[in-house]
Design a protein around this ligand. Structure first.
Ligand code: 13P
Ligand code: SF4
Length: 330
C-alpha cells in the first residue's frame, strides 16, 4: 500500500480499533484478537517501537497494530526514516534484513525467523558469482526478495514496483535479473531488454493460471483483473493491469472498479476491501505460508522479549546497502 495510507493507530479503545476491521472480522472472532492488539499497542509505546507491515499481513495486524504499511519498496523507503528505537517487521525475513541494512542503528526484530520466501531461498551468493563468471559484463539486478548476501553480490536491487524503471535506467541491451524467472520474463517483454534470469519463482503467484483467470471472468461479468508481476506471463496477459501490491491498491483507489480480483496473496484483498466498501472483491485465495507465520501472538512476543533480532555481517551489510540505495536513488 502506498505510504500515503500509512498510519499509526492512536491510543484508542479496542472498540474503535475493531471498527476498522469489522467488515472482515466477525464480532465473535474479535475477542480472540483484542487482548493481543491492546498489548501490542501498549508495548510499542513502552519500547519506543514501530511495526512495519507488508500488504500481505492479515487485517488485524495491518489495520490494528501496524504503524507503516506498504509494498516492499515502500517498506524499504520508510525503514530509512524510522526514528523509534525498534522496528518490528511484520513481513518476511528479507524485508527485515532490508530494514536493518537501511537503518543499521535500530534494533530490527522479526517475530518468526522462519518467515522466509521461496524466491529468497532459490539462490545463494555463490550462484550470483557463478552467473557473473558465465555472463561477464552484464549488470546484476537483484529482486529485493533475496538474502543480504545475494544483494551484496549485486549491482542494484529492484522491487516489483520499480523493476521496469531500474532495467531501463541502466541503458544496456542485456542484464542479469535474479531470481524470479517470471518477473524477469514480464520485464523483458515490457522493456525489450534481453534478460538472463534464474529459475526462481514465488510459490504463491506461480500457482495462478491463465485458465483460472478466464474462468473467473466467465463467472463474474465486468470483472477487472489486477495481477502481480510475479505471476507467469500468460497470467499477466489475461489481466487488465499488472503491478506491485501498492500499484494494485492505487488502481482500486483511483479507479474504483465495480468488481475486481487481485491476483496475489489472499490477505491483500481483505486489507484493500476494508478501505473500499463500494468495490466488489472476488477472492480466489492463495496464501503465502511464510507471511502467515507472522501473527499477533509472535508480534507481541517479539515486543515483550525483544526477539528475534536481525543481525547482518557488517561487510555484507555495507555492500548490500549500496545495491539497495542505488535502487532507492532511481
Ligand atoms: P510487493 O509488495 O513489493 O509487490 O511484493 C510482493 C511480494 O510477494 C512480497 O513478498
Ligand atoms: Fe516470497 Fe511469494 Fe511469499 Fe512474497 S508471497 S514472501 S514472494 S513466497
Amino acid at each position: 500500500m502506498s505510504a500515503a495510507l500509512a498510519y499509526a493507530p492512536p491510543a484508542d479503545t479496542n472498540a474503535a480499533l475493531y471498527s476498522r476491521v469489522s467488515r472482515v472480522i466477525p464480532p465473535l472472532e474479535w475477542p480472540a484478537f483484542a487482548d493481543d492488539v491492546a498489548a501490542i499497542n501498549r508495548l510499542k509505546r513502552q519500547r519506543n517501537a514501530v511495526i512495519l507491515a507488508h500488504n500481505y499481513m492479515t487485517p488485524e495486524i495491518f489495520h490494528c497494530v501496524a504503524d507503516i504499511t506498504g509494498d516492499s519498496l515502500a517498506l524499504a523507503r520508510e525503514a530509512q526514516n524510522v526514528e523509534a528505537n525498534i522496528i518490528v517487521m511484520a513481513g518476511v525475513h528479507f524485508m527485515a534484513e532490508t530494514a536493518k541494512m537501511l537503518n543499521p542503528a535500530k534494533t530490527v526484530l522479526i517475530p518468526d525467523l522462519e518467515a522466509g520466501c521461496s524466491l529468497a531461498s532459490s539462490i545463494t551468493a555463490a550462484d550470483v558469482r557463478r552467473l557473473r563468471q558465465r555472463y561477464p559484463g552484464r549488470p546484476v539486478i537483484t529482486y529485493v526478495n533475496t538474502s543480504a548476501a545475494v544483494k551484496a553480490e549485486s549491482d542494484i536491487c529492484c522491487t516489483s514496483g520499480n523493476a521496469r524503471k531500474i532495467v531501463e535506467s541502466l541503458g544496456v541491451p542485456e542484464v542479469i535479473m535474479i531470481p524470479d524467472k517470471y518477473l524477469a520474463a514480464n520485464v523483458a517483454r515490457e522493456t525489450g531488454v534481453k534478460i538472463i534470469s534464474w529459475d526462481g519463482a514465488c510459490e504463491v503467484h506461480e500457482r495462478f493460471t491463465a485458465r483460472q483467470i478466464r474462468s473467473l471472468r466467465a463467472d463474474n461479468p465486468g470483472l477487472v483483473v489486477l495481477a502481480h508481476p510475479e505471476c507467469p506471463p500468460d497470467v499477466v496477459d489475461e489481466a487488465d493491469f499488472a503491478g506491485s501490491t501498492a500499484a494494485m491498491n492505487d488502481y482500486v483507489t483511483t479507479r474504483q472498479p465495480g468488481r475486481v480480483v487481485l491476483i496475489t496473496e489472499c490477505s491483500m484483498a481483505d486489507n484493500v476491501a476494508i478501505l473500499h466498501p463500494k468495490v466488489d472483491f472476488v477472492r480466489p485465495c492463495n496464501l503465502c505460508p511464510h507471511m502467515k507465520r507472522i501473527g499477533l501472538g509472535n508480534i507481541r512476543a517479539a515486543l515483550e522479549n525483544l526477539q528475534h533480532e536481525v543481525i547482518i555481517d557488517p561487510a555484507i551489510a555495507t555492500k548490500a546497502r549500496e545495491a539497495v540505495e542505488r535502487m532507492l536513488a532511481i
